[in-house]
Design a protein around this ligand. Structure first.
Ligand code: ZN
Length: 462
């Protein structure tokens, strides 16, 4: 659009540059096409059922990416791999048993980045939410801490406190009941945990807690066999060249946890990007559109960190990055604290008439998905506020995150809204360009009170 503006003089520039080029596809046309395209829905079903979970570094992750590459090549697109190294984690048979007062194998799962330990056994102590005050007492030798379902601090913070106070392992009670093992995943940055941490069910967690309240001794035993190891993996990128080199980047993480199929988190995003690729492949828009499927998100935003810090986006940062992580039914679009994006987003939303998002445009920044590395490097970010119904979303990261939780309508309708916005962003003249200077990024993140979270994950760079 820059070039076009240069050719137009004076007062007519705004009017003309806002008029879509003759023949260019409109946001409404794109949305209509995506909303009736079943190919992406079928692709996601196959991806989920043929491969299962896509833990980064696992052969299933690579096999699934090969399938995605093939689907893109069939569209005459030329996907490129962006290889990068990271610390991987291999799940092995991590066991946890209740030794007393009842003897039984517990329904438990090792949390990412635990290392081989044990066999060990010890008395269970209740740490409540795991905050600093829970550690202001003496623990029996070799005690194993129980904490959750709400926690004061991320797993690595509670782990550090536990090690300092001589505990030998931790059990985290899930936030969702019904036998679920939603492995707690906050704050991973690829470092081994200093002690074994297990995710356990609410039911067994509350059971042990009730016994402890009655002063009944509870003992558990465990052996952790999962381990970390350096791996090579890759992001996948597709470029749909526009008239300008200015790039609108749309990203979604490709990897998932291993227990289910990663359908909600984030097969949905994989399919939404593919839907955009299918509809835009023959279009020439004003801006270049790049679609990136990131790996290593769940284990610490490895792929997106690589892309913006040492990959392609380090040389040519996108003018905006739209991140799709568990985007269900869009109810609002989020300008993420970038006030200068509000006019574009407001205008897009109101132009949609009946399809306008019910909560319109929001402007509240958040961190901890693949947009975060871009955010701290000054790239403007957009996300959607797009809930998934509770009966389905409760399963994410766990065994129950499977294709049956999604409907074709959810996949197509969400993708249609996203595709509409992508076209708008690729076409409008008045999209702010360039990146934000570090001082502005810092101010934005401080205003949103995101500094402590970023500091804890080592991503605060100001
Ligand atoms: Zn996710």
């Amino acid at each position: 659009m820059k070039n076009l503006q240069k050719l137009i003089i004076g007062g007519i520039a705004l009017t003309l540059s806002l008029t879509p080029l003759v023949g260019a596809i409109t946001p409404a046309e794109v949305a209509a096409r995506v909303a009736t395209d079943d190919v992406t829905v079928k692709f996601l079903e196959m991806l989920c059922d043929d491969h299962g979970g896509r833990l980064t570094g696992h052969p299933a992750n690579e096999a699934a990416m090969v399938d995605l590459e093939a689907a893109l090549r069939e569209l005459d697109l030329n996907p490129t791999r962006e290889n990068f190294p990271m610390r991987g984690w291999v799940r092995a048979d991590d066991t946890l048993t209740m030794n007393g007062p009842v003897t039984r194998e517990m329904r438990a799962i090792g949390i990412g980045y635990i290392e081989p330990t044990g066999p060990i056994a010890g008395p269970v102590v209740d740490l409540g939410a795991g905050g600093p005050e829970a550690f202001e007492r003496d623990f029996p030798a070799g005690a194993i801490g129980l904490f959750g379902p709400s926690a004061k601090g991320r797993t690595d913070e509670v782990s550090a406190r536990a090690v300092e106070h001589g505990l030998s392992a931790l059990m985290f009670i899930n936030r969702v009941g019904g036998g679920q093992l939603l492995a707690r995943t906050g704050g991973f940055h690829g470092e081994s945990l200093p002690l074994p941490v297990y995710s356990i069910t609410q039911e067994e967690g509350f059971w042990m807690r009730r016994l402890i309240v009655r002063d009944v001794a509870v003992e558990v035993g465990l052996q952790a066999r999962s381990y970390t190891k350096p791996i090579e993996t890759s992001n996948l990128r597709v470029r749909i060249p526009g008239r300008s080199k200015e790039t609108v980047l749309v990203g979604a993480h490709f990897d998932s946890w291993d227990q289910g199929q990663g359908a909600i988190d984030n097969g949905l995003g994989i399919a939404q990007l593919l839907a955009i690729a299918r509809v835009l492949r023959d279009e020439e828009l004003e801006r270049t559109v790049e679609l990136v499927w990131y790996n290593g998100e769940e284990q610490g935003l490895w792929g997106s960190r690589y892309a913006i810090e040492s990959g392609v986006d380090a040389k040519n940062p996108p003018v905006v990055m739209l991140n799709l992580d568990m985007v269900g039914v869009p109810i609002a679009v989020n300008a993420m604290g970038h006030d200068d994006l509000l006019p574009v987003l407001e205008r897009w939303n109101s132009s949609r008439g009946d399809a306008a998002l019910e909560q319109g445009v929001q402007n509240k920044s958040w961190v901890a998905s693949d947009h975060t590395p871009y955010q701290v490097n000054g790239v403007r970010i957009i996300t959607f506020n797009a809930p998934i119904d509770h009966d389905s979303v409760r399963y994410y990261h766990d065994f129950g995150d499977t294709y049956d939780k999604l409907t074709p309508e959810l996949i197509k309708d969400s993708a249609a809204t996203i595709a509409s916005l992508v076209v708008e962003l690729a076409q409008v003249a008045d999209l702010p360009t360039g990146t934000l200077p570090p001082a502005e990024v810092e101010a934005l993140l401080l205003k949103a009170k995101l500094d402590s979270r970023l500091k804890a994950t080592g991503m605060w760079k100001f």
